[in-house]
Design a protein. Sequence first.
Length: 664
Amino acid sequence: MNKDSLTVGKYDGLSREELIKCLDALEREKTQILKNYEVRTEQQNDYQAQERLAILKAAVNIGDSLIWEYDVENDTIHVDYELNAYGRKAPSRLKIEPFRKREDFLNTIYPDDRQNVYYNHFIRLINGEISSYSIQYRRLFEDQIVWVEANVQPYKYDAHGKPSHVVYYLSDITEQKLFQDKLYKLEDKYRKIIKAIPDAVFTLTENAEILDIYAGTSQNLIYTFHLQEGKMIDDLFPDEVAISLHSAITTTVQTQKEQNLYFPILSGETKKYYYSRIIPYETNEVLIMLRDATEFLQNKKQVDFLNDLMRAILDNIPVIVVVKEVVNDFRLLYINAAAEDFMGMKTSEALGKNDFDIYPEQEQAERIRKIDMEVLENLQNVQYAEKYVTPKGEHKVMNVIRVLINNPTRKDSPLLISMVWDITREMENELQLVKAREADKLKSAFLANMSHEIRTPLNAIVGFSSLLAEAESQEESQEFISIINKNNELLLQLIDDILDISKIEAGMLEYSYSDIDLKDICIELYNIHSLKIKPGVKMLFDFEHPSILLHTDERRVKQVMSNFLTNAIKFTGKGTITIAYELRGDTVYVSVEDTGSGISAENKETIFDRFVKLNRYQQGTGLGLAISKMIIEHLGGSIGVDSEEGKGSTFWFTLPLVSFGNRV
């Protein structure tokens, strides 16, 4: 192993500063030797050169470094770039050509730094004003700015004691500088954050001794408590607050979990409330964040009051309020007291359920879901009235409003609010009111119709009775008597209809049930009404048709069939009128068919209403069919008409083979 390799190994691992110190020591040693001995052997010079070379190589090999020597008297710079390349893998950013004179050095310095680096330090050094210096500055390299650190000192002096040769050790610290800048920026960022937060932040030991204080915008809070490093919590807070903080600090240290406290502090005559977070920090230390929560608590009290007020209102109004989460299968999020009563379950039982879980009738749940989906798809509020069957099985008429609103906690899950109130009684009252108004109208119409209908036969009776005394022949007398009798019958029928409709309204129409043969009734009515038909009209009935026995009110059945036949005779000028009946399951179907004028589709809808007359010139009260409808429905049957205008009509009714009013 040669001497050079041994020397290099000697300085391996030394820092840059240590290497510079070694170099300086060698230079001082060299100067002292020159003063004592004028002549040196070539071997000694060679050995020292090797020693110096080893140090330089080791020093330059630490990072991107450069060592150059400046000869002051000759204004020359000497750089051994081979030293700079020793052991390097990446090209150096410190190698600049030309770099031979002081002016070249000046040109490498960034313009803004030249005054300080060149004139304030380098020139002063070579003038002997300063002995050495270390400086950081910016250097130009191929249109780039490189941060460098320079350590400069003389190593030879002239006869006047001024530096004649200067060694300049340069290191690239760009990455270090950038990293420092990042650290400074990050530190500045966190300082700004701390200043911006409305909390006082400080660290304490587990014994509640204050270690550090970080005050942001809450300087007033710091001053309020006079927080100082080295003081104890007991010195700064009232006893009850200090005890609570001690307990919270101990719990935080032991469990390593955050604790939260609210506590009041009397500041002058004003009581303020503070919110404190005690957070685990270093070993056996905690971080406390303290905030003035007076305004927050005041706002919270106001919000709590408003919430209590709203809750009291919602729980005492007779309106069902239900809130559903749309994306959670429309499950209930809130119900009020009225909804609890309507659904027959407590809030704790209902929340989290949907309509399919609550309503026993799945059809109703499906109908509600369909409406909910329509509101969601159309993004429109809806209002409607609907019949409901409550979970208790009660039938109600409900008014419903559905409103879609945004969810403040989940933007992707809107809330559907349903407001429902029972309008059953209102609907019944409105229906009664409508019926009352209709009754008033009917009474007015009834009186108007009756006055007209009664006058017509009475005028005929009175008029022809007067003419009867002046009749000139027997035939004329008989004709007058026939007219008088016909109008007497009309008047009696009118009075019977009036009495019947009055009894039906009062629920006093009498029914007398007995076993009857429907065929006998049809034959009897055929014989009576066949005498009243107009010339050119035939009345038909199948006398061979088998008998059908019923248990019902014979008089009322005859009354209905007589009304059918009377109308058929009145509106049939030619053709036929047919009486028929047949069995249809457990009912009997009875009909009167004619080939008369028929009924329009519009009039068919109202033909069984009171005082409806298709021809105002025909005599009659317009009560017959209305009375017939009431009678048949009371007997447990149904009634209707099949007709086409200009082609005749078929009035029909059905009766059960055993009337519901008797034998069951």
